[in-house]
Design a protein around this ligand. Structure first.
Ligand code: DX5
Ligand code: ZN
Length: 221
């Protein structure tokens, strides 16, 4: 448990009301939560579709001041960085698995005024992103195969978190370590102990009866 950051909850809008995403975002903001996780899917990198940059821009126009934590599950993320930066993203995370210039794309995200993150699928070893650790504001470890909400948390990702957290400590780096997929209060405690500090919660957040208590519990991790 050595994260330099305090625990932070990022509710995923994927589990919100797609007929009224602005209302779902407002519900998050009204609880005092600062981050909103936005999942972008292209039907290629993952077998599903969600929304696009215009949705983020519309949420901004509707008044959202949330920190837009943008998770691009795209085969060619480098083509869309500018559109998401313009649409109101605060942080843009790109996957390591597709072949493109990761380092240049991360630098481009920063040049556009956003923070940048790199994402690992469950089947991708931590070593794949090790050379990029000095170039990111956030590392996202997927704890499900991306594409759909509501899948079970993969406990076998905990050693990966521990490894990335160990590198962060050894190199005195300051990136956030985020987990995404099947996160609830119980497994968030395990992820936190393994070094995670940023917790995406879709289903568990939107299904929680008492969202205020749910949010408070995350803040106390
Ligand atoms: C999965 C997405 C997640 C998803 C998580 O592909 O990256 O952000 O919204 O949803 P839950 O919390 O329901 O697993
Ligand atoms: Zn996500």
């Amino acid at each position: 448990m050595s994260s330099p950051h305090s625990a932070l909850l990022a509710p995923s809008l994927l589990a919100g009301d797609h007929a009224n995403l602005a209302a779902s975002a407002r519900l998050v903001e009204d609880l005092g939560v600062k981050w909103l996780h936005l999942d972008l899917m292209d039907g290629h990198f993952v077998p599903n579709l969600t929304f696009g940059p215009e949705t983020l821009a519309a949420l901004r126009r509707a008044g959202s001041k949330l920190f837009f934590d943008t998770h691009l599950m795209l085969a060619e993320p480098q083509r869309y960085i500018e559109a998401f930066a313009k649409a109101g993203s605060n942080l843009i995370s790109i996957h390591i698995e597709p072949a493109y210039d990761h380092r240049a794309t991360l630098a481009r995200i920063r040049a556009l005024g956003c923070q940048c993150g790199i994402v690992l699928n469950p089947g991708t070893p931590a070593a794949a992103l090790e050379p990029l650790l000095d170039a990111v504001d956030l590392v996202l470890v997927m704890t499900v195969q991306p594409g759909f909400g509501g899948q079970p948390f993969r406990r076998d990702m905990l050693p990966k978190l521990q490894q990335i957290d160990a590198w962060r400590r050894e190199r005195r780096l300051n990136f956030r370590l985020e987990v995404d997929g099947g996160i609830d209060l119980t497994n968030a405690i395990e992820c936190h102990a393994a070094g995670a500090d940023t917790f995406v919660a879709g289903t568990s957040f939107f299904k929680a009866g008492d969202k205020s208590a749910f949010t408070a519990a995350f803040a106390k991790l």
